[in-house]
Design a protein around this ligand. Structure first.
Ligand SMILES: C[S@@+](CC[C@H](N)C(=O)[O-])C[C@H]1O[C@@H](n2cnc3c(N)ncnc32)[C@H](O)[C@@H]1O
Ligand SMILES: Nc1nc2[nH]cc(C(=O)O)c2c(=O)[nH]1
Ligand code: SF4
Ligand SMILES: [Mg+2]
Length: 242
């Protein structure tokens, strides 16, 4: 991979942002390839598992930007940077280029890698990984991400919840960052078959966890938490590129 190139798994859209603070907002996704985590339930393994490495294309900033402007018809919108972990890619020049043309940038990351350029984003979504993921969250790194973003983007936390232990993890995150909007997202259990466009999902399970989560936050009087399903999963299941 040449210096400065971005490892891209897929660029798609416009679609709507299906998760969290920007839910429903039209967006183009740039999904980078490669992740320093391997969550047990990751729904984007095609951008994580090295078995898919041959599908990750090193692209120049200009080439990525050309595709984004083509998909958006040159009309500025919010670009969603996801992955994999987009924080391990050299994205500063892309953000700079897009801003010069009136676009906005949202980035989703697990909070394991902090970058000075987080400050240049418009929205930073940190999604610390709860126990069910099998990953360990390093809160010092999450603190560092928030520290570097201070004075820059809007910041939100988005925590996937499958069970009680995950819910308690989310509560601790809420206590640690009382000023930061926090979104709870029910987990989608179905193992994602990344190449199956008609991938079926456990919609009943997602809905059960959604009901359960609403009951939990209201019973606990956790009145600052926001509970949202993955809208794109409700609409399109595990289909890729939507
Ligand atoms: C695929 S990740 C990519 C960005 C980054 N690696 C991260 O985890 O934040 C985007 C979002 O999808 C969430 N996610 C992944 N698999 C999921 C699943 N099976 N059910 C619900 N949310 C999931 C992640 O927790 C994260 O908030
Ligand atoms: N529509 C849509 N919304 C999303 N929000 C977060 C996504 C992701 O995989 O990062 C995602 C995605 O893949 N599609
Ligand atoms: S951190 Fe994000 S992309 Fe990486 S394995 Fe976990 S959910 Fe998937
Ligand atoms: Mg996804």
């Amino acid at each position: 991979m040449s210096v400065g190139s971005i490892r891209v798994s897929e660029i798609f859209g416009p679609t709507i942002q299906g998760e969290g603070a920007l839910i429903g907002l039209p967006t183009v996704f740039v999904r980078t390839g490669g992740c320093d985590f391997r969550c047990s339930w990751c729904d984007s393994l095609h951008a994580v598992d090295s078995a898919f490495r041959d599908q990750w294309i090193p692209m120049s900033t200009e080439a990525v930007w050309h595709k984004v402007t083509e998909l958006s018809g040159g009309k500025p919108l919010t670009v969603s940077l996801s992955g994999g972990n987009p924080a391990i890619q050299p994205l500063r020049p892309l953000i700079e280029l897009g801003h010069s043309q009136g676009y906005r940038f949202a980035l989703e990351t697990q909070g394991s890698v902090a970058q000075a350029w987080f400050r240049d984003l418009d929205i930073l979504v940190i999604s610390p990984k709860p126990p069910s993921s099998g990953m360990l969250t390093d809160w010092d790194q999450v603190d560092h991400c928030l520290h570097l973003a201070a004075g820059g983007p809007e910041v939100a936390l988005k925590i996937v919840v499958f069970d009680d232990a995950d819910y308690e993890f989310a509560q601790r995150a809420g206590e640690r960052y009382p000023q930061t909007p926090l979104f709870l997202q029910p987990g989608n259990h179905t193992p994602p078959p990344p190449d199956d466009d008609n991938a079926r999902i456990d919609i009943d399970g997602v809905m059960d966890r959604m009901h359960w989560l609403v009951a939990k936050v209201t019973a606990d009087q956790w009145f600052t938490a926001r509970v949202l399903p993955q809208l794109h999963v409700l609409l399109w299941g595990n289909k890729r590129g939507v």
